[in-house]
Design a protein around this ligand. Structure first.
Ligand code: ATP
Length: 219
């Protein structure tokens, strides 16, 4: 293997909370990887996040601050037009060179729709997939047959993700924390205190910027 194994973990992060950060730490430790967390732009036809892209990125930056090997990566927010995972993977593959393993981390529920992602086969040529599972969350029956077959054909253990640059599909069971960004926004809108669901610095940012207050919640 050449270079540092790099994992990417995307989300809306509106706002980032300790559920996300705990997963990122576990990915980093399980794979001995740098983890880039990428806030996603939300397409115009979908409900928009309450915080601006800049605010979501700022909160993510505060959240990862001081966490070894976790990074906020704004490349998807900087991209003009629709943003696809394949574009991110292509870009990173270009930066890492052909031999460094690149791992795209996807929740088990999102993986069920992977075969509908733009150029998903090309993603598998350039990166591994790590399916993040929580107890009871892997409903393989919901996966289309072709995807199930692909997952079996490409299945690898975590160690195998280090042996080649791309093309394996592995799973990682992560600690389930019953926290969602929706719950954080709802608490703040109700005038309640979100402390300990997210880093103190992120809670302070929300307070200082008046984010998610009553009247602004949408879920
Ligand atoms: P919302 O409540 O606004 O839908 P969210 O908390 O689910 O947001 P996202 O930004 O949509 O956060 O999530 C990004 C990724 O993090 C997704 O893959 C999601 O499955 C995962 N994730 C979110 N919350 C948790 C959690 N508590 N534990 C583990 N993974 C989580």
């Amino acid at each position: 293997m050449i270079g540092v194994l790099t994992a990417i973990f995307g989300g809306t992060f509106d706002p980032v909370h300790i559920g996300h950060l705990r997963v990122a730490v576990e990915i980093s430790e399980a794979l001995d990887a740098d983890v880039r967390m990428l806030p996603a732009p939300v397409p115009p036809h979908r409900p928009q996040p309450l915080a601006t892209a800049e605010q979501r990125l700022a909160m993510l930056g505060l959240g990862v601050h001081g966490c070894a090997r976790l990074y906020a990566d704004d490349r998807e927010l900087r991209r003009a037009g629709p943003s696809y995972s394949v574009d991110t993977v292509v870009e990173l593959r270009g930066e890492l060179g052909p031999e460094t393993p690149l791992v795209l981390c996807i929740g088990a529920d999102a993986f069920a729709g992977f075969a509908t992602w733009h150029r998903y086969e090309y993603i598998l040529e350039l990166a591994h997939i790590l399916i993040l599972t929580r107890p009871g969350s892997v409903d393989r029956v919901a996966w289309p047959e072709a995807l199930r077959a692909e997952a079996v054909r490409r299945r690898g253990g975590l160690a195998e993700l280090r042996e080649q640059a791309a093309g394996r599909i592995a799973e990682l069971a992560v600690t389930p924390l019953a926290i969602s960004a929706t719950a954080v926004r709802t608490l703040v809108a109700a005038g309640r205190n979100p402390r300990f669901l997210l880093p103190e610095t992120v809670a302070a940012y929300i307070e200082q910027n008046g984010l998610y207050r009553s009247g602004s919640v949408r879920d």
